[in-house]
Structures are given as structure tokens and as C-alpha cells.
Design a protein around this ligand. Structure first.
Ligand code: PAF
Length: 293
């Protein structure tokens, strides 16, 4: 018989937090045995409307589902000199957001729970991990895939939800699940934007009011490129580059048009992805849109 006790305190509609991998694993296993499907929304906290959309998508999955949100600022995916220390950690507000959106389990491990002393095995991304973000943030995707693989094993979700804003991450996680036979379906959820088009990101809080005003140029550039898509890949890149060049405060790291799997050769008549990364002041922002060539 499954009771609240055997389900680790789980009660429908009530938010519970779980710190250790063994604890959350036991609860999700018992729930699965009682006929529930498990959804996972992996996050690093500082939850905004984009994360809320992920949780809402998870909650909309048909059937008897339970939604788990993981909150863990994963040190493995931050390079030297990146913002690991200052990454926002507003835990109370995050738990409230989980509660409001109807998540029922929060996995909240410490670094020592995820990476006990001596743990040094990591996931090596395939070749798509070396381009774009991978070229500017060496080791980043090894860190992302390692923590996501661990979360998939610990929570054993039927379905996991990732934002399209981190498009390369979404593709690499999808590929990892396929290549490593992890039986979790990976679902991408469209980017949520401010009214002026800026993609929501936990890092937007770093922007000064002046930088915030200028940051929308990224979205304007992507939109300008997408608008001219019928004229082919060169025209798309030229239009987007022209908009980026209007804003001297932006230090562009890359602007790229790829096929949907991040390959270098988008085909005329097919869907493609237009991706950009830029620094504004000390903040690094990324964004992307789908383009029909
Ligand atoms: O997208 C994020 O917030 C992180 O990269 C993820 C997927 C939670 C892994 O730490």
C-alpha cells in the first residue's frame, strides 16, 4: 500500500522539498509504482516567467502526473571568471513560484549531495557541443550534460522540460538522452519574452536600466534576420548584423545561422535557427529564433 509515509510525505497539491538524491529518488519511484507519470523541470533557480511556463507545460501533460522542479546552481557548468558566486539565489521566492504553478516536489540538493568528494566522471558532449556556446564557454556543456544526466537518473522522469532560449542546450540534452538510451522524453518550450521582445533570463537582473534598454537589440536583430528569410541565408545574416552594428554597447560573440540540429548548412526551403550571443557591460546574453528559409 502506498501512503503519505511511503511517498516521503508526498500529498497531492502540497509542495515538499527534498535535499538528497536518495530521498527524491525514493519518492518518485514510489509515485511511479502508484501509477503516476513524473515530469521534471530542471532549473538553477531565480525562477521567472520562462520557468513558470516550463512548469505550466509540465502540469498540462495529460494523465496522472507529478511535477518535480530541481533547483541547483551547478558549479560544473560555470567557467573560471563566470558568475557562479553572484548567480541569484532567491530561494523563498522560487519555492513560492513552484507552489503557485502547482509543482509538488522540489529537489534542492547541495553541491556535496550532487558531487560528493571524489566524484569525477563527466559526460562528454558530441561535436555539436564545441560550437557556438561551446566555443566561447569551454567545458560548459560537459557540466550541463553531467548534471542533467544525474538528474535524469535520480528523478527518473518520464518527461523533462527545457526552454528553447537555451537552444543548443536543448538540442544537446535531447541527443544525450537518445545516444545514452535514457528513457526520458525531452520537450522544448518556446522562449518567453518581455513586451519589447527581450528574452527572459535569470541574468537579466544584472543589467542596469541603460543596458536593459540596449539589450533588446538582440531580439531586434534576430527579428530583422527572420523577416528577410525568403532571400536566403546571406541576407538573413546581413540584416541581423546590420541591426547589431547599430548598438556599440553590444560586444557580439557570435551570430550564426544553422540547421535545426546546429549543423553548419541550413538548406533553402527548410527551417533554420538564427542564434546570437553578446556581452553588454558585464552581462552575457543569448537568444535565438526559428527561421523558415
Ligand atoms: O538551463 C539551466 O538552467 C541549466 O543549464 C540546467 C538545465 C538546469 C542545468 O543546470
Amino acid at each position: 500500500m502506498t501512503t503519505a509515509r511511503t511517498l516521503g510525505g508526498y500529498a497531492p497539491g502540497r509542495l515538499t522539498t527534498h535535499r538528497t538524491p536518495g530521498d527524491i529518488h525514493g519518492v518518485t519511484r514510489a509515485l511511479r509504482h502508484s501509477g503516476r507519470k513524473i515530469n521534471l523541470v530542471p532549473t538553477m533557480g531565480a525562477l521567472h516567467e520562462g520557468h513558470r511556463a516550463l512548469i505550466r507545460n509540465a502540469r498540462r501533460t495529460p494523465g496522472a502526473t507529478v511535477t518535480v522542479v530541481s533547483i541547483f546552481v551547478n558549479p560544473l557548468q560555470f567557467g573560471a571568471g563566470e558568475d557562479l558566486e553572484r548567480y541569484p539565489r532567491p530561494l523563498e521566492a522560487d519555492l513560492q513560484a513552484c507552489q503557485e504553478e502547482g509543482a509538488e516536489l522540489v529537489f534542492l540538493p547541495g553541491v556535496e549531495d550532487m558531487y560528493p568528494e571524489g566524484a569525477d566522471t563527466t559526460v562528454v558532449p558530441g561535436q555539436r557541443g564545441d560550437v557556438l556556446e561551446g566555443a566561447f564557454r569551454p567545458g560548459h556543456f560537459a557540466g550541463v550534460l553531467t548534471v542533467v544526466a544525474k538528474l535524469f537518473h535520480i528523478v527518473a522522469p518520464d518527461t523533462a522540460f527545457f526552454g528553447e532560449k537555451d537552444y543548443q542546450q536543448l538540442r544537446l540534452v535531447t541527443k544525450m538522452a537518445k545516444d545514452l538510451d535514457i528513457p526520458t522524453a525531452v520537450v522544448g518550450v518556446p522562449t518567453v519574452r518581455e513586451p519589447d521582445g527581450l528574452a527572459l533570463s535569470s541574468r537579466n537582473v544584472y543589467l542596469s536600466p541603460d543596458e536593459r534598454g540596449r539589450a533588446v537589440t538582440l531580439h531586434r536583430a534576430l527579428t530583422a534576420g527572420a523577416a528577410i528569410s525568403a532571400e536566403g541565408p546571406d541576407a538573413v545574416l546581413a540584416a541581423a548584423n546590420a541591426v547589431l552594428a547599430e548598438e556599440p554597447a553590444l560586444k557580439v560573440e557570435y551570430l550564426a545561422l544553422t540547421d535545426p540540429d546546429l549543423g553548419p548548412s541550413p538548406q533553402p526551403g527548410q527551417r533554420a535557427r538564427l542564434l546570437v550571443a553578446a556581452r553588454i557591460g558585464s552581462t552575457r546574453l543569448i537568444d535565438n529564433v526559428s527561421v523558415q528559409l
